[in-house]
Design a protein around this ligand. Sequence first.
Ligand SMILES: [Zn+2]
Length: 244
Amino acid sequence: MKSQIEKSNFGSKTWLEIRRSISHLIYPDHCLICELELLKDASAICSFCEAEMHFTHFEKYTEPTELDKLFWGRIKITGTFALLFFEKGKSTQKILHALKYKSNPVVGVEFGEEIAKRIKSMNQFNDLDALIPVPIHPKKAFIRGYNQSEQIAKGMANVLAIPVDTHFLKKQEHTESQTKRGRFDRWDNVADNFVLRKQFKKPKHIAIIDDVITTGATIEALVRSIHKNYPEIRVSIISLALTK
Ligand SMILES: [Zn+2]
């Protein structure tokens, strides 16, 4: 595989492909991430944002990555991947902001496709049979118009031809102590109450798709609840960004 460092540089082939595919969409005259005005023949992502992108290059690691180590001793994981390192003030923060607060689902799809291209060569993901986005509060999804992790999963599905399953995880009824908390608090504390819907065909290896991983607490709770009910299902974790 060609060096990803070369590819991630400004003017690289990978990003040229992305530019071509999104340049005709929502903001053709402004950078999709920072809204800087672009030259007519320029891309949808400006050169400043592109130069600032901090790729993890985890797809080239032969040793365990920071993300692997984050879950050591906590939960059993088959494979992990994150595309970018998240650092405050850098472009990854702007990407996540564009994805979550600017009604820009296309950002998620495009970065999802980039994730898929990079994990294609990784053996630990070669038998994935479902992509499962981390659920968000229904009110947030309604206001935003979409679940950002689902958009990332959709982009991955375009490249990998693996189905996105948004019905797999079902929220259990609140316990009494949870109903006393605020509505959003309750949702954040409810991750360990997810259960799997009974499916006609049970997947063997699923990937949980997230937008950004910091402590890994939500993921840990999700995986624990999955393994509590279905210890035989293997679980991988794939995120757009990882907090450094
Ligand atoms: Zn920009």
